[in-house]
Design a protein around this ligand. Structure first.
Ligand SMILES: NC(=O)c1ccc[n+]([C@@H]2O[C@H](COP(=O)([O-])OP(=O)(O)OC[C@H]3O[C@@H](n4cnc5c(N)ncnc54)[C@H](OP(=O)(O)O)[C@@H]3O)[C@@H](O)[C@H]2O)c1
Length: 253
């Protein structure tokens, strides 16, 4: 299948590791020019070195998406350097944490507010250039009970509602908005490696709860994010694609 991604200008914040780093790798392989960031200058510099010499160009600098002014400035800088923006993939998370008021604020600001702010910067540019695609990264923990009542699940759930309503608003401008909700994804240095090391029994139960008997890989989720964000998915908007190896148990009509 031809994804139609060659030459697309893409912004992927918070993308120096895990699922979104794999998304960046794949987009560069498809010939996109991609803007990346994370909070660490060293990590961004290393990622840019690793990404150089591909079919597309990688640009970026350190930026904390929770810093409103710097995040908005970073977005405008990246749009200027890329010459516009066709695809925006905001998928940052504060990672939740224990159920305290501080974590609720942190999850709201990082997971939700930064996504809203990002869309508000990016959408006028997409409107000007005749369209685009926005893909949020949410989680299966926002569509099924998982891990108890906590900010992470609820804030990610609010993104599903926002994405759906945004898709209705911006469709007339040729902009598609979708979500990808991954189930547990394992990679070295990721949250599930930490859980495997610290809560081995629970980790094994989560593995067993997957019909496929294992957690996902960044690549398996990234394949779906890249497809939904690409022109090949031109008639998909307002949807939430669950990518979880059958982990969730609800019937998805
Ligand atoms: N892994 C899973 O099992 C899983 C399952 C479902 C959904 N998800 C969702 O998928 C997304 C990616 O998760 P992941 O596990 O692949 O990676 P991750 O461990 O959450 O890290 C992803 C990246 O985000 C950057 N980052 C974090 N906070 C930032 C901030 N405030 N500003 C800028 N960059 C920031 C990190 O770099 P720095 O630390 O250097 O800033 C890192 O490059 C998240 O939204 C997560 O909730 C993950």
């Amino acid at each position: 299948m031809e994804l139609g991604l060659k030459g697309k200008r893409v912004i992927v914040p918070a993308s120096t590791k895990g699922i979104l780093r794999r998304v960046v790798d794949q987009l560069i392989d498809e010939g996109c020019d991609v803007a990346i960031c994370s909070r660490s200058e060293d990590t961004v510099a290393r990622s840019l070195r690793e990404l150089s010499g591909g079919k597309g160009i990688a640009i970026g600098r350190a930026c904390d998406v929770n810093d409103k002014d710097d995040y908005e400035a970073w977005l405008e800088e990246m749009i200027e350097q890329l010459g516009g923006v066709d695809i925006f993939i905001p998928g940052v998370s504060a990672g939740g944490g224990a159920d305290s008021e501080r974590n609720w604020w942190k999850s709201f600001e990082v997971d939700v507010l930064s996504t809203v702010r990002g869309c508000e910067v990016v959408i006028p540019h997409m409107e000007e250039s005749g369209g685009g695609a926005i893909t949020f990264i949410t989680t299966t923990a926002s569509v099924e009970t998982f891990g108890g009542p906590q900010a992470y699940n609820a804030m990610k759930g609010s993104l599903l509602v926002y994405a759906k309503q945004l898709s209705q608003e911006v469709g007339k401008d040729g902009i598609r908005v979708n979500c990808v909700s991954p189930g547990p994804v394992y990679f070295e240095g990721g949250v599930w490696q930490m859980l495997k090391d610290t809560m081995a029994k629970w980790f094994a139960k989560v593995e067993r709860d997957h019909p496929l008997g294992r957690l996902g890989t960044p690549e398996e989720v990234s394949n779906c994010i890249v497809f939904l964000s690409s022109p090949a998915a031109s008639w998909v908007s307002g949807t939430n694609l669950i990518v979880d190896g059958g982990f969730t148990k609800r019937v998805q009509f």
